[in-house]
Design a protein around this ligand. Structure first.
Ligand code: NAD
Ligand code: UDP
Length: 324
């Protein structure tokens, strides 16, 4: 195994964070998971609590934290539109103050720090597919802005800490990722459709369902994230990680119905404001610099995700805590 490191994962109890923690603990690293459980449950990391190289801290990243670490993966932030719009001011604080706090810690410890950014920095893109040098088309005053602009500001902070303080920073732009352990009530399209199809309820298509997304399975995403953290020092620039195979939302619904053998019908509901019409990553940079590309296609990833949804007890999942 490579050198053992002390690694902080903020948002480490969430959907992606808990898988990242599992992977890093499995590799023998000393892992600290920090989370305020706004959109996650302790269940996600319960299996790690007995491990000698895993530590769980309940903390809100909008407040400073003092730890000594070698690496930081900064994932703390609600990610689903319903979650991040629940308290938009808090979402912006989490992105911006959270970035300032992890960057300050990284500067003090000379730690390497990775920011979980998002395809939302491209907004509703006029360029397709989206390459890292595209600057995006974000409505700064719309309902998605708390998330999009918060993540854009965090990228700015990461690059400024790099330029001003020589910090080794990484920025991963994550495109729609799904898989086991998504919050069943997060309102995201994959979790909604699977839940609705399993219950035989109508599948809610927002708009006419012609808008597109490119869905990445979580194992591919985690692999890309770890490769980016471990990439050579000169890869200080945003890197897209996602699956370039693009589907309309209607196609996704039909595939979920087929795989769940469901009798659900489709029902159209109003398209939310500023909902991007198309999204597909250009992953040439990740291919050439990280030797990374996705290996799990939508059908296989959905089968695994559906199998997980079929064995969970949905009553164990709470909606977000309302006092933030
Ligand atoms: P998630 O909601 O499951 O995980 C986010 C975690 O952050 C949760 O455990 C939540 O409790 C925690 N958190 C939120 N606010 C916090 C705060 N103030 N202090 C401490 N912890 C806090 O979402 P996810 O899908 O696992 O996303 C993880 C990261 O990846 C996020 O930063 C998100 O923006 C980014 N991302 C995810 C996707 C995706 O498709 N899943 C796409 C783009 C970007
Ligand atoms: N969507 C939908 N029905 C749902 C939930 C979402 O048609 O029940 C659509 C949504 O309008 C968007 C796409 O699916 O066009 C992806 O939505 P999600 O919230 O998963 O992610 P994001 O919009 O942030 O990519």
């Amino acid at each position: 195994m490579s050198q053992v490191k002390r690694i902080l994962v903020t948002g480490g109890a969430g959907f992606l964070g808990s898988h990242l923690c599992e992977r890093l603990v499995g590799e023998g690293h000393d892992v600290i998971c920090l989370d305020n459980f706004f959109t996650s449950q302790k269940n996600n990391v319960a299996g790690l609590l007995g491990c000698g190289n895993f530590e769980l801290i309940r903390h809100d990243i909008t407040h400073p934290v003092w730890l000594e670490v070698d690496e930081i993966y900064n994932l703390a932030c609600p990610a689903a539109p319903g979650h991040y719009q629940f308290n938009p001011i808090k979402t912006m604080k989490t992105s911006v103050l959270g970035a300032i706090h992890v960057l300050g810690m990284a500067k003090r410890c000379r730690a390497k720090v990775l920011q979980a950014s998002t395809s939302e920095v491209y907004g509703d893109p006029e360029v397709h597919p989206q390459k890292e040098d595209y600057r995006g088309c974000v409505n700064p005053i719309g309902p998605r802005a708390c998330y999009d602009e918060g993540k854009r500001a965090a990228e700015t902070l990461f690059m400024d800490y790099h330029r001003s303080n020589g910090l080794d920073v990484r920025i991963i732009r994550i495109f729609n990722t799904y898989g086991p352990r998504m919050h069943p009530f997060d309102g995201r399209v994959v979790s909604n459709f699977i839940r609705q199809a399993m219950a035989g309820e109508a599948i809610t298509i927002f708009g006419d369902g012609s808008q597109t997304r490119s869905f990445c399975y979580r194992d591919d995403l985690i692999e890309g994230m770890i490769r980016l953290m471990n990439a050579p020092d000169d890869l200080v620039q945003p890197v897209n990680i996602g699956n370039p195979h693009e589907f309309t939302i209607r196609e996704l619904a039909q595939l979920v119905i087929e795989l769940t053998n469901s009798s659900s019908t489709l029902v159209e509901q109003p398209l939310p404001e500023d909902d991007p019409t198309q999204r597909r990553p250009d992953i040439e940079l990740a291919k050439s610099r990280l030797n990374w590309q996705p290996t799990i296609e939508l059908r296989e990833g959905l089968e695994r995700t559906i199998a997980w949804f079929q064995q969970i007890d949905i009553s164990q999942y709470r909606p977000p805590t309302p006092n933030y």
